[in-house]
Design a protein around this ligand. Sequence first.
Ligand code: GLN
Length: 489
Amino acid sequence: MRLSEMTIHQLRELLRAGEVSSREILDAVFAKIDAVEDEVGAYLTLCRDEAVAQAERADEMLAAGEASPLCGIPFAVKDNFSTVGVRTTCASRLLENYIPPFDAEAVTRLKQAGAVLVGKTNLDEFGLGSSTENSQFHCTRNPWDLSRVPGGSSGGSAAAVAAGEAAAALGTDTGGSIRQPAAFCGIVGLKPTYGLVSRYGVVAAADSLDHVGPITRDVRDAALVLQAIAGWDPKDPTSARGDVPDYEAALTGDVKGLVVGLPQELMGAELDSEVKEAVYGAANLLESLGVRVEEVSLPHAEYAMAAFYVIISAEISSNLARFDGVRFGYRAEAEDTVSMFIKTREALGQEAKRRILMGTYFLQAKNYEAYYLKALKVRTLIKEDFEKVFQRCHVIISPTTPTAAFAFGHKTRTPVTMYQSDIYTCTANLAGIPALTVPCGYTGEGLPIGLQFMGKPFDESTVLQVGHAYEQHAGLPVRQPQTEVKTNG
Ligand code: GLN
């Protein structure tokens, strides 16, 4: 196996044994980038020189006995995380040349552990979308099938990890933007509990729904990255206090006696039959490991998507107000201030404008009660649905997405079909609970399918434990993304 394909824990062993250096791993990753990036387009900015310096420093740290499993590991970061000295665009023309003066807290923690920042990955503008087609710079292709989307909005991060262009990545997830692209790209993605990982320095889409989390090649790697980034941050007022458990220690492989719920509402008519079959297959496998799988009900889940899009639009419309040509980034030339505001904001993409329009509408005094307030009430009901199920179950499973990766342009004309991509993921954002996606099979066309595991607030350990046990026993046939086949050939 090549260095660019290995997991963090495999690389950790090689680094500790002195069989390879961080610099060699980085060179392998850049060789991969040079081979496939023209086709995949995962990155918006590469940090070659800085990365070399960081890798050399990581080698010194390792020689001095640094124990972090992330030391010397090349990672990618979605381009809505502030990075000191490296432009942070949110895939928007408004921030095309914006260079932040500080690092987001999650990036700081990875760097402190000795991880090496390879570059900033593509996304839907400001995280708005489910295919990365809303990037104002370029499209990212799915490494498994270059004619299809990688998912979104963290599509660049997922594609980079799947194509061997980074060992792991950070993403953000507002309604599914870590889990959906990870599922489409055949890898693992974790959205932690709201408040567990600091959002300081992450450009906000919707504050009450945004989460920071890892995109990795397997569940153990997700545990390792989470360990490094989780925990209280006084700079983020929504950050939770409390001890961070040892996540890797939870990966015992033993799940006997646990109860897993399978909500029928998340197996609806929109679900593709191949995905459905894969999820039932996974449920059977979990039973064979000694888990009790029970049918459960989340009666308000059918309203989740509607409530989600009202809340996210309301929050986004207010968050995007700061991009007015005065404080950050792009400013249009105009005769007076008001025309300058207007012309500057014309540079926003179509989806961002649509959300601003919708959000402003929902928040108008005459509409507020009928839309925004009602959506908040639905959100509470959804949270209560989960609480009831978690009185009986340790974990809930569901498909991550209704279909596998779709073709470019397939959903761009009808926004609501694009919005449906989040139908199974956005409930976890509304409730703030942890949710993990793990590959659980392939479609007849060879596209990866994702299985979602959701858990109680701050119980990432059990979610990772069950996800890991499933992954270890699933015995999926080893397949390679299209880019891998090409570079081998
Ligand atoms: N797809 C959803 C949206 O477009 C959620 C995106 C996300 O999770 N950032 O808003």
